[in-house]
Design a protein around this ligand. Structure first.
Ligand SMILES: [Zn+2]
Length: 229
């Protein structure tokens, strides 16, 4: 109220009612990659893009089941710390919308997540390759310009925390411009490749409950550090 007449309407009770609400507890959107039956067909890699990619590349052998187990543990840790959590899938398959990576981003966008963490595991023809890669979106006007900076910040925090929690080899931060699940996201987003399913020793760790809990604590620590500013 800026007019003089508005001042005459001043009433302390109204002011009391209009106090700003307490900030809601942030939601972390956890996205276990892939599924037992990957979605078929292609989709644009970003809004309005002529470039199309498979809705789901399928992942490396055994990845879909392992990343769901890790993601459930991340949820448990974050809920235990008083945060809110949304999982894009809690069963073998992701079924929201058309089931592609664009819809994984839309799922988290709709929930106005404070952070989207995509949980993956890696594969390689080189069975010696191992360790954790932390991936964040490249800057792209109208796609990721709004989330680029916080995503990079979150990636730095998560990388540090996951490597510290696991002692795994650190394969560093990786910037990607071609990931559909990044380019459709309107919330800060990070993808963690939690290790190589194709490395026998790392595969054993990735499929063990104890190591999954370490990964989960690391991912939760990083997410929490990001949310804390
Ligand atoms: Zn994957």
């Amino acid at each position: 109220m800026s007019s003089a007449s508005g001042c005459r309407d001043y009433h302390p009770l109204v002011l009391a009612v209009e106090q700003p609400p307490v900030a809601p507890t942030p939601i972390v959107c956890i996205d276990p990659g892939h599924g037992q039956r990957p979605a078929r067909g292609t989709e644009p890699i970003g809004p309005g893009s002529p470039i199309r990619k498979a809705k789901d590349g399928g992942g490396t052998a055994g990845e879909a089941a392992v990343v769901l187990q890790i993601s459930r543990k991340v949820r448990a840790v974050l809920l235990g710390r008083g945060l809110r959590v949304a999982l894009t899938r809690t069963a073998a398959n992701f079924t929201y919308g058309e089931g592609g990576n664009a819809d994984r981003a839309r799922f988290c966008n709709r929930r106005r997540a404070a952070l989207m963490v995509r949980v993956h595991a890696d594969g390689s023809t080189d069975s010696g390759r191992h360790g954790i890669s932390t991936i964040y979106p490249a800057w792209h006007r109208d796609w990721t310009d709004d989330v680029y900076r916080p995503s990079l910040n979150a990636a730095r925090r998560i990388r540090r925390a996951v490597v510290a929690a696991t002692g795994a080899a650190d394969r560093g931060l990786v910037r990607r411009s071609d990931l559909t699940g990044f380019n459709w996201a309107n919330v800060p987003v990070v993808l963690v490749e939690n290790g190589f399913m194709t490395n026998p020793a790392e595969r054993r760790r990735l499929t063990s409950s104890a190591y999954q809990w370490r990964l989960a604590r690391g991912l939760a620590d990083g997410a929490e550090a990001f949310l804390g500013g």
